[in-house]
Write a protein that binds this ligand. Structure first.
Ligand SMILES: Cc1cc2nc3c(=O)[nH]c(=O)nc-3n(C[C@H](O)[C@H](O)[C@H](O)COP(=O)(O)O)c2cc1C
Ligand SMILES: Nc1ncnc2c1ncn2[C@@H]1O[C@H](COP(=O)(O)OP(=O)(O)O)[C@@H](O)[C@H]1O
Length: 285
């Protein structure tokens, strides 16, 4: 995982910034970054609901250093004061890159015209980015993830949706009665709707085909779990950090009346996931 590089790059070196929330670091955000040039930086204004790419994990999605500001701390500033703050923070600032809908200052009273009036450098405005006619925005991607529509979410993200977790102890039922799984504690990320997903699990920088159950274990202890079964591999180590990339949804969560029925279904899920990876590798080759 890439650590934030903003602590290493002096703000005095920054000549261009992109401004916004940047939760998701999605395709439209990347369009903004293309205009930053060599000494660019990303100014991320943090609200409470950044859960596609919580800030600890965001730097991985851009080569430009990300500088964070808490919305709560700056929302009282009017337009002029906000621009003054940027000039003070980035004394060599020459260019600001924003999207068509960017607004700023107390009550979001100032938008593109005011930005051009108040800032004495260049202002680059990116037109609305759409994919298949759908406007790309963090809230739209969150809705797709909530619905379990991983394929659309990934299309708008321009990458596979990824969450991070720490390994925790499971019920100890998996290896004995079903299949072995890595159980995860996941914080801060939005999770897809309950069900079974085709995934890739990253442990020790190795990306492994897997199938992941996420939801209340309504057939066993009823508790909420995120657990991933690595296909065709026996994993015995414990891991402090496990990453899961979602590729597609297989089915919703279900209650089974017996362990035998659940086991049969899990075996079918695994078969489907394997077929997915096999057909993918024959397309890729
Ligand atoms: C591919 C897969 C699909 C699963 N589907 C369901 C399900 O539909 N309903 C359910 O209650 N539990 C489901 N589970 C969770 C199992 O109940 C769980 O793996 C079992 O309780 C073992 O948990 P443990 O790893 O904590 O021991 C699924 C698990 C896997 C690996
Ligand atoms: N679909 C888009 N097309 C063009 N610019 C966008 C788009 N979505 C966001 N932006 C721009 O990216 C920056 C970050 O915006 P933000 O509000 O965090 O994104 P989102 O709308 O996805 O929540 C802003 O300058 C915003 O105007």
């Amino acid at each position: 995982m890439k650590k934030s590089s903003s602590i290493l790059i002096n703000k005095k070196n920054i000549t261009a910034i992109a401004l916004g929330g940047f939760d998701g670091m999605h395709i439209a955000h990347q369009e903004l970054f293309k205009n930053l040039g060599t000494n660019g930086g990303i100014v991320s204004i943090e609200s409470d609901y950044a859960n596609l790419t919580p800030r600890t994990y965001r730097q991985e999605y851009s080569k430009y250093p990300i500088y964070y500001y808490i919305l709560q701390n700056i929302k009282h500033l009017d337009g002029k004061e906000f621009i003054a703050l940027l000039k003070e923070e980035y004394p060599n600032l020459k260019k600001i890159v924003v999207g068509f809908d960017f607004c700023f200052g107390k009550n979001r009273k100032n938008c593109i015209n005011e930005l051009k009036e108040l800032f004495d450098g260049e202002v680059v405005v990116i037109d609305e980015v759409k994919i298949d006619g759908i406007a790309v925005h963090s809230r739209v991607i969150r809705d797709y993830i909530n619905d379990g529509n991983i394929k659309m979410a990934n299309k708008l993200l321009g990458k596979e949706y990824k969450i991070f977790g720490t390994q925790i102890k499971g019920q100890g039922l998996g290896s004995k009665n079903f299949v072995p799984t890595i159980n995860l504690n996941v914080e801060n990320f939005i999770l897809p709707t309950e069900g079974v997903y085709i995934t890739k699990t990253i442990i020790n920088e190795e990306e492994l085909p897997s199938v992941t159950f996420l939801g209340h274990r309504v057939s066993t202890d009823g508790s909420f779990a995120v657990e991933t079964h690595i296909l065709d591999k026996n994993i015995t180590n414990r891991f402090s950090l496990v990453q899961i990339k979602f590729l597609d949804k297989l089915r919703g969560n279900r209650k089974f009346d017996s362990f035998e029925e659940l086991k049969k279904q899990i075996e079918m899920d695994i078969k489907e996931a394997k077929e997915f990876f096999q057909s993918k590798s024959s397309i890729d080759n």
